[in-house]
Design a protein around this ligand. Structure first.
Ligand SMILES: Nc1ncnc2c1ncn2[C@@H]1O[C@H](COP(=O)(O)OP(=O)(O)OP(=O)(O)O)[C@@H](O)[C@H]1O
Ligand SMILES: [Mg+2]
Length: 428
């Protein structure tokens, strides 16, 4: 299949890339593949270069030479888990996302450089790039991204697609009510015949980050200490609920607040992934107590079973005025009455929150009691948690590899000739 400038884009000839930036992570990989090649935390560590001398860098007098400028005088950027999780004095954790879209372009460029050089390991000018975007993304942000891809990275072609539309595609639908439980927020977006109805889209700040904050508050109220995992040297085997016995590591001085908080947040997230469960209907202590508990061991060695707390924790996600079911009803209610039947018949549950055990089932149950009974209700969610979380990326992977899509790309030639106006025309 050839594109507008006669170049081959799709299929196996030239691998198109799909980028799905979110507040929690950036998903990136080749179109046509089932899952992204990498899922990179959406933060960048910025700090002085901590130089580990290589033996061959020793100069005859025993001093250590520095590549580039003097150690400490230049800032380095640390990306992805292995680099981020090292305790480095002076390293601050910064994010490039704000309100669902890229906000700090210098940091985001560092991330894209990393994607091309370390993940894709191939020059950007060889790959058409499809980016996902939120329905409320700003015009200036869209234009900035297109310019960056064409001008700095020399991408042969570029496309922007709404993440809700792609999540619908990933679930085999072009019309759907997409409920996306992300990290920074939960949203409900009606998609009709492959177009997102932006005016009817609604969102609330209740997402995975809020859940992690709730977990922190809950554990504090239970007097359970979440010790930073990087601070533990060794721990003793103890009985359940017994006081933890551990020794601490000596850590370098100068670890920043932002890094320490980031690392702790990862631990609260892990606790949520392992322990939290959504109950089928509104929390009821007696019903919750009848379900077997889940055992969790904290970094310091303290461990115990969590019973009804697991369910109580997640109730915030279905809060009556900010929760997922309320958002879905508001979004559907803002659409034309004759479109609602199709929307209720294809509610797509996606995002990391939808990977929580019981989340999609609870959404279905709440909608069944709220949605007009004249409509057939169906909640679709991919079977595997990873597929739910990566729904937008998977939809992008499907879209970028279908034959009839190849003429939709904005080619670099078109962009050179007609500029940013192409964006509104080809990626409305
Ligand atoms: N297996 C899992 N079980 C439960 N929750 C998970 C799981 N995996 C990720 N999460 C949570 O889902 C959230 C991330 O979801 P997602 O990847 O959809 O967010 P995002 O798209 O990066 O962010 P946003 O949509 O806010 O921009 C995080 O809060 C994370 O803790
Ligand atoms: Mg998201």
């Amino acid at each position: 299949m050839s594109g507008p400038n006669g170049m081959l884009y799709g299929g196996d000839e030239i691998g198109a890339l799909v980028f799905d930036p979110g507040h929690h992570s950036l998903r990136v990989g080749y179109a046509q593949e089932d899952t992204p090649k990498a899922d990179i935390p959406a933060v960048v560590g910025v700090g002085p270069a901590t130089h580990v001398p290589e033996p061959e860098e020793k100069v005859p007098d025993g001093n250590v030479t520095q590549t580039g400028s003097k150690a400490g005088s230049e800032l380095r950027h640390y990306i992805d888990v292995t680099e981020l999780h090292v305790p480095r004095p002076g390293m601050e954790i910064q994010t490039y996302m704000k309100d669902g879209q890229v906000d700090n372009w210098d940091l985001f460029e560092k991330m894209l450089d990393y994607c091309y050089s370390k993940v894709i390991r191939s020059p950007p000018e060889h790959h058409p790039a499809l980016f996902t975007e939120a329905v409320w993304s700003s015009r200036s942000g869209r234009e900035k991204l297109a310019e960056l891809l064409f001008e700095k990275y020399q991408a042969p072609a570029f496309f922007l697609a709404k993440n809700a539309v792609l999540a619908a595609f990933a679930n085999g639908r072009s019309t759907a009510l997409v409920v996306d439980a992300g990290a920074s927020q939960t949203s409900a977006v009606p998609v009709i015949d492959g177009y997102a109805l932006t005016s009817a889209a609604v969102r609330s700040p209740v997402g995975g980050d809020h859940l992690a904050a709730q977990a922190k508050a809950m554990l504090a109220s239970m007097h359970i200490q979440m010790l930073p995992i990087y601070s533990i040297q060794s721990k003793e085997v103890i009985r359940e609920r017994e006081r933890a016995r551990y020794t601490l590591k000596s850590l370098p001085a100068g670890l920043t607040q932002s890094w320490q908080q980031y690392m702790l947040k990862k631990q609260y997230e892990d606790f949520c992934h392992c322990v939290a469960q959504v109950s089928e209907s509104a929390y009821d202590e007696r019903t919750a107590a009848a379900v077997p508990g889940v055992h969790y061991e904290f970094p310091g060695g303290y461990h115990q079973d969590f019973g009804p707390e697991r369910f109580k924790l997640t109730e915030c996600l279905f809060e009556p005025t900010l929760g997922a079911a309320h958002l879905a009803c508001s979004a559907a209610g803002a659409c034309d009455a004759d479109a609602r039947g199709a929307l209720w018949g294809g509610v797509v549950a996606c995002g990391g929150g939808a990977a929580l055990s019981g989340w999609a089932e609870r959404l279905g149950r709440e909608l069944a009691s709220r949605a007009p009974s004249a409509h057939r209700l169906k909640v679709c969610a991919a079977p595997a948690p990873l597929e739910r979380r990566c729904a937008a990326w998977i939809g992008g992977s499907i879209l970028a590899s279908i034959g009839s899509f190849q003429q939709m790309w904005i080619s670099s030639q078109e962009f050179d000739e007609s500029g940013k106006g192409q964006l509104e025309r080809k990626c409305p």
